[in-house]
Unconditional design. Structure first.
Length: 125
């Protein structure tokens, strides 16, 4: 969802809070926002995964987990919309590496709890 569509949904959602709009409309708007957050987070995970794989091909290993935040800041352009180390629900991405040979990168999803069905994960290689 591009930033203008998301902004439109957010504006409409904000206006709905001040009206007596039917509950069905509010549900549709809430679900649209949730879907946008899922799609945006999935895109972030895919972008980070691609850059992690490029790092591996260049350096022969994946970044160490304790250096992930530094690696992330160095490899992605500054973003004024949100913190790059957080998913679209405001939760920090979880990154672990296996001695530089593989990685697991996860979002805890909307509920912010590990091991639930809304978690999103990519692994490499």
């Amino acid at each position: 969802m591009d930033k203008f569509s998301l902004a439109g949904v957010l504006i409409i959602g904000s206006l709905m809070a001040f009206t007596d709009a039917p509950e069905q409309i509010r549900t549709v708007i809430d679900e649209s926002i949730r879907t946008g957050q899922q799609l945006a987070t999935a895109g972030d995970l895919r972008s980070m995964s691609t850059m992690l794989d490029a790092h591996f091909f260049k350096h022969g290993r994946y970044p160490r987990a304790d250096r992930f935040a530094t690696w992330l800041a160095a490899n992605f352009k500054e973003n004024h919309v949100k913190d790059l180390a957080k998913d679209h629900w405001g939760n920090s991405y979880l990154y672990t590496d296996n001695q530089g040979r593989s990685y697991i990168l996860s979002s805890l999803g909307e509920d912010g709890l590990p091991g639930t069905e809304d978690d999103m994960t990519v692994t490499g290689p």
